[in-house]
Ligand binder design. Structure first.
Ligand SMILES: C[S@@+](CC[C@H](N)C(=O)[O-])C[C@H]1O[C@@H](n2cnc3c(N)ncnc32)[C@H](O)[C@@H]1O
Length: 173
């Protein structure tokens, strides 16, 4: 089953067009977007995951890259999508990542970001958790379409089902 965040893209900004998935991992969401009719592009800084995205998920247009320096020209994409990646950055890198995302987005294009909230119950490690005040500060430069705090039950790493709380922020350039 697809995660609910991809369905928001379908609802708010349906295909066709050019979509970039930043931190695409093994490409599950890109495969969905490809099936929806998008021309898909993805980057991830993990070369093994990019290889899997090509071989297991059958998505082309993926390459190794860093959110802090996107290998694309200005104003190329209709949608920039970034799920569960921002919280792996250092706090001072967040504005750089957001500015890069805006740079490669066309005017009137849409940004979809999902990342951990400070309300997350399973907080761990060096991961970043952002408060509402921080979200308002970092995402203040564009037209906000939706800002929601959502709780999702997940199972990964063999630790059974546990609840995570995320911000889902959707904006328009
Ligand atoms: C939790 S996974 C999420 C994968 C996918 N977006 C999803 O929702 O299933 C985080 C991904 O972000 C990638 N990543 C972490 N830091 C990154 C960076 N600075 N630039 C690009 N990708 C990064 C990791 O390699 C990993 O594949």
């Amino acid at each position: 089953m697809y995660n609910k965040f991809v369905l928001k893209v379908k609802k708010i900004c349906p295909a066709p067009g050019y979509i970039l998935d930043i931190g695409c991992g093994v490409g599950h969401d890109l495969r969905y977007f490809q099936e929806c009719g998008w021309k898909v592009y993805g980057i991830d800084n993990n070369a093994g995951k990019i290889e899997k995205a090509k071989t297991s998920c059958g998505v082309n247009g993926v390459q190794v890259g860093d959110i802090l320096q996107l290998p694309f020209r200005n104003e190329f994409f209709n949608v920039v999508y970034c799920r569960n990646v921002l919280h792996y950055l250092k706090i001072e890198e967040i504005p750089v990542a957001i500015n890069e995302s805006l740079r490669v987005l066309k005017k009137n294009g849409y940004l979809f970001f999902m990342f951990f909230s400070t309300k997350d119950k399973a907080r761990h490690g060096n991961t970043l958790f952002l408060s509402e005040q921080e979200v308002d500060g970092y995402f203040g430069n564009w037209t906000l379409i939706e800002k929601a705090e959502v709780s999702v039950e997940e199972s990964h790493g063999g630790s059974g089902l546990h609840e995570h709380t995320f911000w889902q922020v959707i904006g328009k350039k």
